[in-house]
Design a protein around this ligand. Structure first.
Ligand SMILES: Cc1ncc(COP(=O)(O)OP(=O)(O)O)c(N)n1
Ligand SMILES: Cc1nc(C(=O)O)sc1CCOP(=O)(O)O
Ligand SMILES: [Mg+2]
Length: 557
């Protein structure tokens, strides 16, 4: 199955001076390679031998690549056009095989011209025989012949994942694939699909017209479709009557997940299915796990719909939405492209204005020292600062963090995070709800939520958080009246959490080791305030804690 251990293919090209020939006894050594936060790979090489040629090296990396096999929508809200935009928005290359050309707008589908099968095959061969495709995503497959061609090509040119959006009827109600195609989906594509993403009508059609009217029906349908061969199933509940939320059911063959997001009130929903499937494909191509890909895709669509509520394109009942809203809303968001890496939670530094005052440190000096000492993520927890000063301090800290590849989060204040374009926020149970924060911040930003119970951890996951902070592990003087959950409480929450966890509360050099050794894989690190910031030399204290965490991690391995 597609999973976290998936690898990237790296093609290395060397440019050498004209006429350069590799001298005998001289060999090229790959001495180090590092992937930085922006997903650029730096490859460090040396020539081994007694002579040193004047050689310059370049490294290249294959960009994640999705091939979409779908129909063209002249209105550009759905189909190939939506797929291209979704992949572009998610930072993934997208090639295209066009199966049909539709004359379509916001009113409906006025005409369909199916591309001859041999020419669909020719397009497929052109792409697959030449380019490295990570994931294939399918949309409109208008004939059984085209389904068979796809099947043959996937056998000849295997890819890492196949995402099947079983498009049968357009959002305007026009039929885009007939009954013979239905048989093709069942027999040829489902058994090959890593995920299938039907809406209620499509799921019902694939299941011989079984009625799907409730969330419980959706759960049964997901299981039945899985039995038909699809490795993962996402039944989309967008058409579910009487639901305030958009509920989708995801089944991975073992667990059923109910994924809820707010229903955005808008007519601009044309192309949501294509976009969701392309987004899943894009995230898989980047290396996400299936569940992660589905969650990011759902969040992306929700955010794009929200941003596009007011746009007006066409006079029909269902308009397109704007996939590239990020270019407008976050035009200044140039610093950080990798969304969230759970290993960033390893040494989580949380600032405190009182402690900085006591030791005569400015916020940015304290943050700089923590980062230099090995902090892997920083949270500005400034409870008694003027908003204006907070934004200014956050901007300076952001420069320091960006220069060192360390994410910067803001405690409690979504407004400050937005104002300074921080990498995300950390919020507690009495702060703004995580789901609202996600809607305001968009899919790219990191959201952490404080949780003391398994139920809170489940809610944080449903709301779209990226990690949870769990504590107090030990008693603390830094946060008044804080409940201590202990190592046992931490372990219980970690075991229940689908999200990575950082432990917090009273953790210091002398007691960090047992925390790191509780033996649950999703405990990724410790968050500390006083252990590093309540000291004259933040750099030294951070270094000491870093060393202890490294030792504890090595011992666990
Ligand atoms: C990493 C981390 N975990 C927990 C908290 C506590 O957040 P919250 O419950 O909102 O309390 P305050 O920090 O706002 O007092 C945290 N800040 N960071
Ligand atoms: C901010 C915070 N949140 C906690 C929680 O349990 O959620 S404990 C805490 C304070 C942590 O400070 P120190 O490292 O100095 O104990
Ligand atoms: Mg808070």
């Amino acid at each position: 199955m597609w999973g976290e251990g998936s690898s990237l293919n790296i093609a290395v090209s060397l440019s050498v001076p004209q006429g350069f020939r590799q001298p005998k006894g001289l060999s090229l050594l790959l001495v180090n390679s590092r992937i930085n936060r922006n997903k650029q790979t730096r490859i460090f090489m040396e020539m081994q031998g007694n002579e040193s040629p004047t050689t310059s090296y370049q490294s290249t990396i294959n960009i994640p690549h999705v091939l979409t096999v779908a129909g063209s929508d002249s209105g550009a809200g759905a189909g190939i056009q939506a797929d291209l935009k979704a992949c572009a928005a998610r930072g993934v290359y997208c090639s295209t095989v066009i199966t049909a050309v539709t004359a379509q707008n916001t009113v409906g589908v006025q005409g369909v011209n199916v591309v001859p099968e041999d020419f669909v095959a020719e397009q497929m061969k052109s792409v697959l025989s030449d380019m490295h495709v990570d994931v294939v995503k399918t949309g409109m497959l208008p004939s059984i012949g085209i389904v068979k061609i796809l099947h043959q090509h996937l056998r000849e040119y295997p890819v890492r994942a196949l995402v099947v959006d079983p498009v049968m009827v357009s959002t305007s109600g026009d039929v885009l694939a007939g009954p013979s195609v239905l048989a093709g989906f069942r027999e040829e594509l489902l058994p090959m699909a890593d995920i299938i993403t039907p809406n209620l009508k499509e799921a019902s059609a694939l299941l011989d017209g079984v009625k799907i009217k409730t969330v419980s029906d959706m759960r049964s349908a997901a299981k039945l479709l899985h039995d038909m061969g699809a490795r993962n199933v996402l039944v989309k509940g967008g058409d579910l009557p009487d639901s305030l939320d958009a509920v989708d059911i995801f089944f991975d063959g073992e667990h059923l997940y109910e994924l809820r997001s707010s229903r955005i009130k808008t007519h601009n929903t044309h192309g949501t299915g294509c976009t969701l499937a392309s987004c899943i494909a894009a995230e898989l191509a980047k290396g996400a796990s299936m569940l992660e890909a589905v969650k990011v895709a759902k969040c992306f669509v929700e955010t794009a719909l929200d941003y596009s509520k007011e746009i007006f394109i066409g006079n029909g009942p269902q308009g397109p939405f704007d996939h590239l809203m990020k270019l407008k809303s976050n035009a200044h968001n140039s610093g950080r492209q990798v969304r969230f890496n759970p290993s960033d939670l390893f040494l989580y530094a949380v600032t405190d204005s009182g402690m900085n005052r006591r030791w005569g440190h400015s916020i940015s000096d304290a943050v700089k020292a923590a980062v230099q000492g090995g902090a892997t993520i920083v949270q500005l927890r400034e409870k008694d600062i003027e908003t204006r000063d907070f934004v200014e301090a956050a901007k300076s800290c952001l420069q320091i963090c960006r220069a060192n590849g360390v994410p910067l989060l803001i405690n409690d204040r979504i407004d400050v995070a937005l104002a300074c374009d921080a990498d995300g926020v950390h919020i507690g149970q009495s702060d703004m709800p995580a789901r609202t924060a996600r809607a305001l911040l968009g899919p790219e930003k990191i959201i952490g939520v404080s949780c003391k119970t398994p139920e809170q951890a489940e809610q944080a996951w449903i709301a779209g958080a990226d990690y949870i902070g769990c504590g107090g592990v030990y008693p603390t003087n830094t946060k008044a009246n804080n409940l201590t959950v202990g190592l046992d409480g931490l372990k219980t929450v970690c075991l229940a959490s689908k999200l990575p966890v950082v432990a917090i509360g009273g953790i210091k050099v002398s007691n960090a080791r047992p925390v790191m050794e509780i033996g649950v894989p999703n405990l990724k690190g410790v968050a500390v305030v006083s252990a590093i910031f309540d000291s004259e030399c933040v750099l030294t204290e951070t270094r000491k804690l870093h060393a202890v965490l490294m030792e504890a991690t090595a011992a666990v391995k």
